[in-house]
Design a protein around this ligand. Structure first.
Ligand code: HEM
Length: 250
């Protein structure tokens, strides 16, 4: 239970997010692994996905197709996907829901009145989870295979976000994931002792807020570009034309 200012007999929690320390029960290793997977590989993947790969959509369908073709040409793609993305996200999410369910620790240790950040970190994680499930299912496991036909990528996303409700869902998922990751970097640094001082934590908070604006801003700009281009093909022949240009012969 949270201590209150009016009950001096109850020990007050120190302001700020407490560092993770060994010897604090059996869940220490789980909390450390949860914290670490949020940055690497899950956060690193989100960074690449929004700021590198999806940002190429701003340059148009051909540029986007080339980026998807490059990703599909990486060695051992299914292994990379499974061990570098899906399993780490699943692990971080399952442990995240468990931490949320248990209402673990630091209710009084998160900064800012009302513990908005504590609540927001949990809800943005939950929203991101629903979004990631939907996004992975529709983009990876339904319709045309984009690894085989990268040229169909732009059109496939366009079909996905044509309905206003789905567009809104994409925007909300994107903003939630961006906030969760950006503030997560701040949490990570506080917990791993990278920013022990109050001054360093304040500076990093400003940087993380800036990072959130960049991440969500670039993400929303990419999303807008899918809507501002004419509908692109999603069949193999049309995909080839997008990829190779209108003069493609084979
Ligand atoms: C977009 C994918 C995600 C990324 C990039 C991500 C990243 C992060 C990062 C970097 C942190 C800070 C680590 C720390 O607290 O030390 C964090 C914390 C957290 N994440 Fe995620 N996460 C993602 C998805 C999720 C999901 C789906 C959930 C499920 C609810 C979740 C639940 C949590 C919780 C509860 C915390 C706070 C833990 C605490 O306060 O001790 N995350 N996440």
């Amino acid at each position: 239970m949270a201590a209150t200012a009016s009950s001096p007999a109850v020990p007050q929690a120190k302001a700020g997010v407490a560092p993770l320390r060994a010897g604090q029960g059996h869940s220490f290793l789980l909390r450390r692994l949860h914290s670490l997977t949020g940055i690497i590989p899950v956060g690193a993947f989100l960074f690449e996905h929004i700021l590198v790969s999806n940002a190429t959509a701003i340059s148009g369908p051909a540029a986007y197709a080339h980026q998807v073709r490059f990703l599909a040409s990486l060695p051992l793609v299914p292994v990379l996907e499974l061990f570098g993305v899906w399993l780490p996200i699943l692990f971080h999410a399952i442990v995240g829901f468990y931490i949320w369910y248990r209402g673990d620790a630091n209710l009084v240790a998160y900064p800012w009145a009302g513990n908005w950040m504590y609540t927001l970190q949990r809800w943005t994680g939950g929203i991101a989870f629903v979004y990631i499930l939907w996004h992975t299912y529709t983009m990876r496991f339904t319709g045309i295979d984009l690894h085989e036909h990268p040229g169909a990528s732009f059109g496939k996303v366009q079909n996905e976000v044509v309905a206003p409700l789905l567009l809104a869902f994409y925007a909300v998922g994107l903003i939630a994931a961006s906030w969760h990751f950006a503030y997560g970097i701040w949490l990570f640094c506080a917990k791993w002792g990278i920013t022990p001082g109050e001054k360093a934590q304040k500076r990093l908070l400003v940087a993380c807020l800036g990072f959130f604006l960049v991440l969500s801003g670039v993400g929303l700009a990419s999303l807008t570009s899918f809507r501002s281009h004419p509908q692109q093909p999603t069949d193999p022949a049309g995909a080839r034309i997008v990829e190779m240009g209108p003069g493609a012969t084979e």
